[in-house]
Design a binder for this molecule. Structure first.
Ligand SMILES: *Cc1c(COP(=O)(O)O)cnc(C)c1O
Length: 243
């Protein structure tokens, strides 16, 4: 970052390693050189505490189909600091972001405030599970969600060390620096992941050799996690990848 930086765009939780960025610190550093910050919250919203107002974040975006349980096709969201809402231009015009959605006139007049960032026609059906999940998160509170998430990732790290001796843990080992998934690396995972899917164990695979174990704090149990990692060990043995 320097005085030439206009915008810093980073993931709050990195989608590969699960690294949890110091959002408050990086935001302050960016502001120190006069830059704006845009946080991608796709892998953090609903799994780690997010305090955009307190961190004085300028912009954030995220999807609702990961830890907000919206399912495929559920809408994305945007956060825009209130002082920017009336000056920032949304380049993707949509009728719902217009001052008068039914005018359909010759020119486009955006709505005031956050409404101007709406585009497209949101899927009401896909929003219903998000509404329920947000209500649930509100009820239990993010500190409890984070506490369960940390216990799950700790358990995953310990179980991987015990059950998967030749496997590298490619996520931060300090719980305070990681989100709610653990990435494991082994050259034979490329032969293992579809075998796991056939057993209804569904991690995802990122080339060349990463197996990502995503742990949704409120719905993933320790028993499921243990069964999943035992299945990884068994399939690794079958393909001849166990040390
Ligand atoms: C899932 C994800 C997105 C969301 O992309 P969509 O086009 O909304 O599906 C964006 N960024 C990262 C890092 C993601 O993991």
């Amino acid at each position: 970052m320097s005085e030439d930086t206009a915008l810093v765009l980073l993931s709050h939780v990195a989608y590969r390693s699960g690294w949890l960025a110091d959002a408050a610190g990086i935001t302050a550093a960016a502001h120190g050189v006069g830059a704006l910050v845009l946080w991608d919250l796709c892998h953090s919203v609903g799994s780690v505490p997010v305090s955009l107002d307190a961190w004085e974040v300028d912009l954030a975006v995220g999807c609702t189909y990961k830890y907000l349980n919206g399912g495929p096709g559920s809408p994305a969201f945007a956060y825009v600091r209130s002082s920017l809402q009336d000056t920032l231009v949304q380049p993707i015009w949509g009728w719902m972001g217009a001052q008068d959605p039914f005018e359909m006139g010759e020119t486009y007049a955006p709505a005031r405030g956050i409404r101007r960032f709406l585009s497209g026609t949101p899927s009401i059906v896909a929003m219903q599970p998000v509404i329920d999940m947000v209500a649930l998160l509100d009820e239990v509170g993010m500190p409890a969600v984070r506490a369960k998430s940390v216990l799950l990732t700790e358990f995953a790290v310990e179980a991987a060390r015990e059950l998967l001796p030749g496997v590298l843990i490619a996520s931060p080992l300090e719980p305070e620096r990681r989100g709610s998934h653990i990435t494991l690396a082994h050259p034979r995972f490329v032969d293992v992941y579809t075998r796991l899917w056939d057993r209804d164990v569904i991690p995802d695979f990122r080339r060349p050799d990463n197996l990502r174990v995503g742990l949704s704090p409120l719905s993933t149990s320790f028993t499921e996690l243990a069964r999943g990692l035992v299945a990884v060990a068994e399939e690794l043995r079958v393909v001849g990848g166990a040390d």
